[in-house]
Design a protein around this ligand. Structure first.
Ligand code: CO8
Length: 373
């Protein structure tokens, strides 16, 4: 069977960073205003008062210190508290494609490849900005790639699912090379008025180039030894946004079409799913977990990642065994594990083993076992 490798990655980081303090200051202004406006009802006990958010809580509960966003002004304007974008004409590249172009070009450059070397473009991310035409086909068009593209959404695990699809396509010969692109504008579907989750997400876009090892020209190559995917239905992370919202009777509350979750349950239920997936995948490949040099985990919660690494290794992970990027980027959904890989693979040596593991809503989880050549 054809050997397949990841030969380049790309990362687009949005221009604006928001610190916890900035985010919390805006949220707390909203709380003050809300509580003042509802003072009578709060005093009468008919409306609960809102509690303030805190930077200390955010760092302690999640490990997140800041996040990048495509629009900072709207998010931090207490009258708006959401990103705002100029409506683009159908002839302009959409926001997801603009982000995707930057990340895809970097991945191609690192792999020493041109768009004409690629046949397959996959946009794999949590939320597409429209139903159709597929974002991947638009991205393919702007990159000047002939061949085919399609979109897939498996929430935070999308990049791992995308890498499996790319590896299978390249291995079977249906594509000479495949680009997996994960543009995430998480700020667009985050409820910045919800204390439990207003701090969780950030925006970013990643890209991964997959091609046959035999013909790769990249200086840095990671052979994909295996991929494994798993899904199991859960309502604990949900977003009910969709084209039927306009037809639903009664209409859904506005916050039901934004991200919402049972964070504690997610933590408890996803840790075993992800750790068991990694261990069983490695075992079936004849590899011991402690022979893995580095784990590139989905970046949702620091405590979650420490616990997953500990369960996999049977001991606490060393400082560079499971690199953290969520402190700076927050949870960027499907881009997270690839950001960790992109930023922390250069120092790995020839023969080192690595695992990329992404997990999230669905539930969904995917693992990619790789060896640096
Ligand atoms: N400031 C201060 N206090 C707070 C705050 C706040 N902002 N928020 C909550 N608290 C309080 C609570 O009221 C509670 O108080 P009390 O004990 O008095 O009831 C206390 O702090 C503890 O609250 P929690 O139990 O909720 O806090 P946790 O310690 O569980 O931390 C987390 C909350 C950080 C959300 C944590 O549970 C977590 O990270 N869980 C994992 C979640 C996760 O991984 N989700 C991944 C989903 S993402 C995905 O799959 C893709 C979705 C698509 C992306 C879309 C983007 C918009």
């Amino acid at each position: 069977m054809k050997r397949v490798a990841i030969t380049g990655t790309g990362l687009f980081t949005p221009p604006h960073s928001i610190s916890n303090d900035e985010l919390v200051a805006c949220y707390n202004r909203y709380v003050e205003r809300y509580n003042a406006e509802h003072a009578e009802d709060i005093a009468a006990g008919t409306v609960p008062a809102l509690a303030p958010s805190s930077s200390e809580f955010i760092v302690k509960a999640s490990g997140i210190k800041s996040r990048y966003v495509m629009d900072k002004e709207g998010v931090l304007d207490v009258d708006v508290m959401r990103p705002r974008y100029r409506t683009r004409s159908d002839d302009e590249p959409s926001i997801l494609v603009e982000m995707g172009l930057a990340a895809a070009r970097q991945a191609l450059e690192r792999a020493g490849r041109k768009p004409e070397d690629v046949d397959f473009v996959l946009v794999a991310c949590s939320n597409m900005q429209r139903g159709y035409p597929a974002m991947a086909v638009e991205l393919q068009h702007h990159l000047g790639i002939t061949g085919y593209g399609y979109d897939m959404n498996v929430a935070c695990a999308s990049a791992a699912f995308g890498i499996q699809a790319a590896v299978d396509a390249v291995r079977m010969g249906s594509a000479r090379a495949a680009l997996v692109v994960s543009p995430e504008v998480c700020s667009g579907h985050l409820n910045f008025r919800n204390r439990d989750c207003h701090f969780i997400f950030g925006d970013a876009c990643t890209a991964v180039l997959v091609e046959p090892l035999e013909t790769a020209v990249a200086p840095v190559r990671f052979e994909v030894l295996g991929t494994r995917l798993q899904t199991q239905f859960s309502n604990n992370i949900r977003n009910n946004f969709g084209f039927l919202n306009a037809c639903e009777i009664p209409p859904r509350p506005w916050d039901d079409v934004l991200f919402h979750q049972e964070g504690r349950k997610v933590f408890k239920e996803v840790v075993p799913i992800a750790s068991e997936l990694i261990v069983s995948h490695l075992t079936d490949l004849g590899l011991a977990p402690d022979s893995v040099r580095r784990f590139f985990l989905h970046q949702a919660n620091l405590g979650m990642n420490q616990l997953i690494s500990k369960r996999v290794l049977g001991r606490d992970p060393g400082p560079d065994e499971a690199p953290v990027t969520l402190d700076e980027y927050a949870n960027t959904s499907s881009a997270g594990s690839v950001i960790a890989f992109h930023k922390h693979h250069e120092d790995l040596r020839s023969g080192d083993l690595a695992v990329l593991c992404a997990f999230g809503a669905g539930y969904s989880a995917g693992s990619v076992v790789m060896k640096r050549l």
